[in-house]
Design a protein around this ligand. Sequence first.
Ligand SMILES: *[C@@H]1O[C@H](CO)[C@@H](O)[C@H](O)[C@H]1NC(C)=O
Ligand SMILES: *[C@@H]1O[C@H](CO)[C@@H](O)[C@H](O)[C@H]1NC(C)=O
Ligand SMILES: *[C@@H]1O[C@H](CO)[C@@H](O)[C@H](O)[C@H]1NC(C)=O
Ligand SMILES: *[C@@H]1O[C@H](CO)[C@@H](O)[C@H](O)[C@H]1NC(C)=O
Ligand SMILES: [Zn+2]
Length: 512
Amino acid sequence: MADRTIIGLVILLNAIAAGVLYQRFHDHPQVQLLESKALELYHTLLPPKTPDRCGAIKWPAYVLVSDRVVFPDGVRPGAVYISGSKIVDVSENTTVDMPHVLNFKDAVISPGVIDVHIHLNEPGREEWEGISNGTRAAVSGGVTTVIDMPLNSNPVTTTLAQLEAKKARAKVKAFTHVGFWAGLVPENAANHTVLAELVAGGALGFKSFMCNSGINDFGNVGRQDIAAALPFLKARGLPFFVHAEVVSPVETDPAADPTAYATYMATRPPKFEQDAIRLLVELLDADATPAAPGFSVHIAHLADAGALDMIKAAQARHPITVETCAHYLTFAAEDVPNGQTQYKCAPPIRGSANRQRLITAVASGAIDLVSSDHSPAPPSLKATDTGNFLKAWGGISGAQYLLPASWTALEGAGVDLLGLARLLSEAPARLAGLAGRKGKLAPGYDADVVVWEPETRTNTSVALNLHTHKLSPYTDVPLKGKVLASVVGGELMALFGNTNKQPCGTLLLKRD
Ligand SMILES: *[C@@H]1O[C@H](CO)[C@@H](O)[C@H](O)[C@H]1NC(C)=O
Ligand SMILES: *[C@@H]1O[C@H](CO)[C@@H](O)[C@H](O)[C@H]1NC(C)=O
Ligand SMILES: *[C@@H]1O[C@H](CO)[C@@H](O)[C@H](O)[C@H]1NC(C)=O
Ligand SMILES: *[C@@H]1O[C@H](CO)[C@@H](O)[C@H](O)[C@H]1NC(C)=O
Ligand SMILES: [Zn+2]
């Protein structure tokens, strides 16, 4: 009898927990109190049905429904059928004949965001940012895949052994899928054996600096190094990520106030970006190797809108892709307060007229995609005590805000929900060689999904910042786009501001 009562109680509680999940929490003040406990409750009340399931939903198959599903060709009411780690169907029929359905009403169901530019710094510099904290923050902001930069880990990722060390850690620590860019440096640029090993190890492409990277063992490449590597990259159809700034002497006022943002900005003029891009085009013009599909020179974090015409002209002859970052679309030099080094990055955030041109370029398709370039450092390296822009480490903390910041900046320029999904999911997937597998809500694709409310402000309070270091220019900025849920390979990893306890991310390796 006692047993039956307990079983009855468990069934009742299960029904309540499931019922709670079916609702839109924030619309129901009576259950709002449960919000912070939702995942935990859910864990307790719904014992694993599938031992394989690592995320908070334990059903092997379930359906996400809403009035606004971002289909590959438009936004309509729909149902996304998930089984295991895959999307098995995306239907316009929202009457679902399945036991496990989460109806998110008028929230938007989009493909999970792919951040192709993030610095996780592990192994070796976890005190700057690590895989657990970095990917947990990312997934809470709707990012379901990150592609890690070959620096600022220590060692950097320029050999197979170093890539393997990253893979081993990411495999057990990541809350998102994690792919890797390998480093292309003077030591390996001409050694195609080493480059081929990195690709065989799963690197999705390569990253170089054309100026000092700030990390001693990640040297910058010059004309000869790039010329030596291009035939390999083109023949293998690999993306070549470039930090495109070539530094030349600039006249600066030695008496200028180092806590003024303008003082820093003057040290890295638009000319640096333009010179680098001009050199890249020259090198492409000089290389006759046929480019296999997948190859592109990818201009990382374009900050100067003045370089766009040159890029456009060169794109008629060469595969060149362009990225800008959410911070270049959100902030403007005129507004950076004195001493606030959380705004320092390279190339620098420029003036508001330039920002507007970048926004227009993203909206028109002249810029392919938006990334976070999440690259935090401890407060001591950010020179928070003195506010000296010339001494502070350049790097902005913001993986968690990529989706809301991009949406807030671009919505007014005519980018709609489908356009945003193309910029944050589809184009990044294509760049990384993952088209056909990621970046869209379609049958056969990985079940990487973000559910969010474009009209609702997200809470950018520092208390909700999940990065290792809380210093971020996005703090308290009014951003639209509140993430309700993130699903990574079928695993529910974030719900109503809670993140799953287990890291359920997987490695994303190059498959030939
Ligand atoms: C929608 O799906 C339900 C459940 O499978 C089914 O009964 C109904 O006929 C479908 N409606 C349409 C218009 O296909
Ligand atoms: C390439 O690098 C490998 C590993 O460091 C080394 O053994 C080999 O000699 C190098 N090849 C050339 C052509 O430099
Ligand atoms: C944002 O989150 C903080 C920390 O949890 C909380 O104190 C604050 O009330 C929230 N703001 C809003 C507008 O909900
Ligand atoms: C993760 O972030 C928290 C909060 O900032 C910090 O205390 C912790 O040390 C970080 N974990 C790692 C492994 O860096
Ligand atoms: Zn970067």
